[in-house]
Ligand binder design. Sequence first.
Ligand code: TEU
Length: 541
Amino acid sequence: MTDDDPNWWRSAVTYQIYIRSFADSDGDGIGDVNGIRSRLRYLADLGVDALWINPWYPSPQADAGYDVADYRDIEPLFGTLGDGRAMVDEAHQLGLRVLLDIVPNHTSDEHRWFQEALAAEPGSPERARYLFRPGKGDDADQPPNDWVSEFGGTAWTRIRQPDGEWYLHLFDAKQPDLNWDNEEVRSEFLDVLRFWFDSGVDGFRIDVAHGLLKAPGLPDLGSEFKRVEGAPPKAGHPHWDQPGVPDIYRAWREVGETYDPPRVFVAEAWVSSVARLADYLGPDCLHTAFDFHVTRCRWDAAQLREAIGNSLAAHQLVGAPVTWVLSNHDIDRHVTRYGRGPTGDPLHGRPDEPVDIALGTRRARAAILLELALPGTVYLYQGEELGLPQVNDIPESMLADPVWERSGHTRRGRDGCRVPIPWTTGGPSLGFGGAAPWLPQPADWSQLSVEAEEADDDSMLHHYRKALHLRRVLPELRTDDHRWLDLGDEVIAFTRGDRFACIVNFGEQPVDTPAGEVLIASASIDGGIPRDTATWIDLGR
Ligand code: TEU
């Protein structure tokens, strides 16, 4: 590894690899570990510090690998443990850290534990690893409570065994929730962490980190906590962000700290406020947690300024860096989000909603400069460096996200942000590998391919590379220092240290460019900084 700084995670830029869709080495239409290995040089050249790889464990793939059947191996579709170890070593040689994705809220129904639970009696230790309950009603044929699956429908499924118990699944029926009040579950996951840490993995992204504990007695949601599409869960929710969840991670941190260098964590926690998020963070708990409050903002100066300010303040109280994210594999790509109108679910649009892609792309170029200039750590989602938009016209017969079926075909799900990466301008899968990728790529993605963007100095790819390399060499961007500049309501502006300024104009009126050296701009700033444009200036003081 090139850099021994134990605080690397405080300002790192991490690139999210959605393994199914990144690079396919064996031509079966699904990305794999050796595909990642073949593109490590590209990632190092891009200028990122670390990689986060979505789940690669053996899995029936009912939810693209978030249904784990064995936490200590690699899915044969993706490769072997040997391939995984080689990938981690090769990444390290290029100075890239590697985070895996751990899925503690639920297993696959094909996990050995769930199979043992089905074979065992109600009340047995095998059933106690999950959340089995008798049904309601005279025939026990009603679900035990009114909880709903994130993907649609009830969160309970009745088993076919004669005892007819029901089990809880906050996601797909093939993802039974574990019982985190059970000591065996807790110690098993500590052991899984050690398994991967021992093989050199640098840390974990924690899936559904806010979901592990459920309120005692599993009370109904009622009207108060009824699920609202696109809204964060309210405080006091019976199965999200229960008190006691952060304590689970204190034990995880202790395990991470026994390694040299210490291993790190980032939580995926959808909670009611950034203050609640901060509860998961600190020197004896998790290092970082994605800040989805800012992700949820529209391209609006007031909304963004307020959310950024709240995040910085809440994280400062616990001494943790903010973790900024524009896109991931669960939400619509931000080129598309920022090209939509000002109403509707900010993260998941309707597929027929009008989108101005040119506008969204212009804003995305500005957004990355805003994000990379803030104090904290940043996650990029594969393909955002190419400016890929959401794909809204995948044929229904090809939709693979369980959301499509579980919602009774009312929500198309998340496949539109998971379409395989275009690497080349030609070839059957634009260089992804093989003839038929698992999701079809739009024909015009040839122009958004790595090859096409390499050849165009003004491309999104060159813009990202330039910004990432600048971020590396500007020491003030690795400090906590951040001061707002007041350039009017329609402008977000701040300094870092004595001479660095970031200015983003959201308003119609161009903003005067301050005296100094322009380090980078998201569009031409001759004649002032126009609307939807960001720039970094060295004020030279
Ligand atoms: O997502 C968890 C989760 O809560 C999301 O469903 C979230 O509510 C939604 O995407 C907000 O738009 C994680 C993974 O990232 C996702 O891919 C998995 O499907 C899910 O967990 C189950 O493991």
